[in-house]
Design a protein. Structure first.
Length: 183
């Protein structure tokens, strides 16, 4: 090892990263390879959607919290309206998150959705509406996580900006008050 070369940053949560990618890859691989080995559409549909649902759950409830410190969910309020709820770590904790973990989280989310879109195009070109249904379900689960986590990240940034503005305003106010109280 060269003492001049800086050490490379490793994944802080390799098991979480592994499972974050495992279910995405499993759903995609099963869907792509199933045409070679399975002749039953129902089995292809059920297994692929089950793996995509496992991926959705793992990303939403486990890897999102651990890798990027974000969590989202959607509730229906008393008026019957959909309300998005977001949780995030405080800014200090978010700043300490591993950059490689975060990079893997975001890129795998986007690349998986891109792969499902490409598979949808292939299904359209081959005029396979039934396989397009499988891809549409998997793509919708993938997009739900992308939308949820993107909104959550924006909400976390907005909360931090509000906190910083309030802190700055209170410091300015206390400085002005102390300046006038001395006189």
């Amino acid at each position: 090892m060269d003492p001049i070369q800086p050490p490379t940053e490793n994944y802080a949560n390799p098991n979480t990263c592994f499972f974050h990618v495992l279910f995405k890859g499993a759903a995609l691989a099963f869907y792509i390879l199933s045409a070679l080995f399975v002749d039953n559409f129902v089995i292809i549909f059920v297994v692929t959607v089950f793996l995509a649902a496992l991926d959705f759950w793992v990303v939403k409830n486990v890897s999102g919290r651990i890798l990027v410190g974000l969590r989202w969910w959607n509730e229906i309020d008393d008026m019957g309206e959909s309300v998005w709820k977001f949780e995030s770590l405080d800014q200090e904790s978010l700043a300490r998150l591993n950059k490689k973990d975060s990079w893997l989280f975001w890129w795998s989310l986007y690349l998986t959705a891109a792969a499902w879109i490409i598979l949808a195009v292939f299904s359209l070109i081959r005029f396979q509406a039934d396989y397009l249904l499988v891809v549409a379900v998997c793509l919708s689960l993938s997009l739900a996580n992308i939308i949820g986590f993107t909104k959550c990240r924006k909400d976390a940034k907005k909360q931090f900006q509000q906190f910083a503005t309030q802190t700055l305003a209170s410091q300015v106010t206390s400085t002005i008050q102390s300046a006038f109280s001395v006189v």
